[in-house]
Design a protein around this ligand. Structure first.
Ligand code: PMP
Ligand code: GLN
Length: 380
């Protein structure tokens, strides 16, 4: 039996490809982004307690209310914006699902979506599956900032959405206040929506403030903003997150969510509702991850790889022009097979396969993992 593919040009995600290659060659996996250290025991204990207390049946479709309430408090505290927990927050099975659902809520066939490449790999397939048209704009190489003049030239009457991701995967760049000013002037007076993927909200370094769309109530009205507890609490396998939007747009989002997922894992939501009451549970994250970044950078300074800045996320990109002029895919495969370190080639995040000869490392790893990897990389 044959089906007409909804995504005929789409292959297997680079994360699966590189993790499988790493496993096959017993390489240190600095490719796919996930921590290799344990999550907080106290949070595990709270999930255990919630299960024993009987929180094992369906949560409400929108999410467990005390969790939505504590998230609204967090938004107020961090960004000074009042969010209504009843109408503006929905708990989702991960950030990826939040992005897909927001896109599917919004897009009609033929709508154009402006997004920035390199782009997280689910964005374009999620746009295409809705019959919409991706309009990629390259981030400026090598600083990976947005060229807003180019964005202006790509706006048409069919532009329905601009997708943002800050801190950015894979480049580790972050939006600045001047980017928000440009965005605001572009969307003012139009019916263009914004989807802001902020799963690395707390992983931002050197004292730079996170320019969340949640800071700007005028922009939030026309936005979906997505988050991930997996990134927040070092438990990517939980696949739990949330989406925040205006009340009217969230109503539409929930129409899809209720028949696609209905509700998410209850005990984790009960546990998170309590855990998040302690602000240190998220305020300490940036310092924790910055010290990993700094340690990794220090180790890597001994190698022949050339660093690019990492302002946020748990990624750091490197150029390798002092080592080889191979394409980044070939180089990343060879690095895994011959030297035992898996990374992700950044060209995988461009639809065109644009290759600036950059590879991405994930530094959310135990100190000894980073040290073992760099020992191997010293031989390159
Ligand atoms: N967006 C970006 C930029 C990411 O790096 C990730 C992490 N995988 C996600 C979304 C998805 O998060 P989740 O694992 O919660 O689906
Ligand atoms: N966000 C992670 C990364 O960029 C992995 C997500 C996934 O495997 N789908 O590596």
């Amino acid at each position: 039996m044959q089906i007409a593919s909804k995504l005929p040009a789409t292959g297997t995600t680079i994360f699966s490809v590189m993790s499988a290659l790493a496993a096959e060659h017993q390489a240190v996996n600095l490719g796919q982004g996930f921590p290799d250290y344990p999550m907080d025991e106290a949070l595990i204990a709270k999930v255990d307690e919630a299960m024993r207390k009987g929180f094992n049946q369906y949560a409400p479709m929108q999410g467990y209310l005390p969790l939505r309430e504590v998230l609204a408090e967090k938004v107020q505290y961090l960004y000074g914006t009042s969010i209504h927990p009843d109408t503006q927050i929905t708990i989702t099975p991960g950030g990826t699902y939040g992005i897909y659902t927001a896109l599917t809520t919004l897009l009609q066939p033929g709508d154009e979506v402006i997004l920035f490449e390199p782009a997280y790999d689910s964005y374009i397939p999620n746009i295409l599956v809705n019959g919409a048209v991706p309009v990629p704009v390259d981030l400026r190489f090598p600083d990976y900032r947005i060229d807003w003049e180019e964005v202006r030239t790509k706006i048409t009457p069919r532009t329905r959405l601009i997708m943002l991701n800050t801190p950015h995967n894979p480049t580790a760049s972050v939006l600045r206040e001047e980017d928000i000013a440009q965005l605001r002037s572009i969307v003012a007076g139009t019916d263009i929506f914004i989807l802001s993927d902020e799963v690395y909200e707390h992983l931002i370094y050197d004292g730079i403030p996170h320019r969340s769309i949640l800071r700007y109530p005028d922009l939030l009205e026309r936005s979906f903003v997505t988050f991930s507890f997996g990134k927040l609490y070092h438990c990517t396998g939980w696949k739990l997150g949330y989406c925040i939007s205006g009340a009217e747009t969230m109503k539409e989002f929930r129409k899809l969510h209720q028949y696609n997922c209905f509700s998410c894992h209850t005990p984790s939501q009960v546990a998170l509702a309590e855990f998040l009451r302690n602000r240190d549970s998220y305020l300490g994250l940036s310092g924790f991850m910055q010290s990993k970044r700094d340690h990794f950078q220090l180790l890597m300074a001994q190698t022949r790889f050339s660093p690019m800045p990492s302002y946020g996320s748990y990624f750091q990109c490197y150029q390798y022009h002092r080592i080889s002029d191979e394409g980044d895919k070939d180089f990343a495969v060879r690095l895994t097979k011959e030297f035992g370190v898996a990374t992700v080639p950044v060209s995988a995040f461009y639809r065109s396969g644009k290759d600036d000869k950059v590879i991405r490392f994930c530094f959310a790893k135990k100190q000894e993992t980073l040290e073992t990897a760099v020992e191997k990389l010293l031989r390159v």
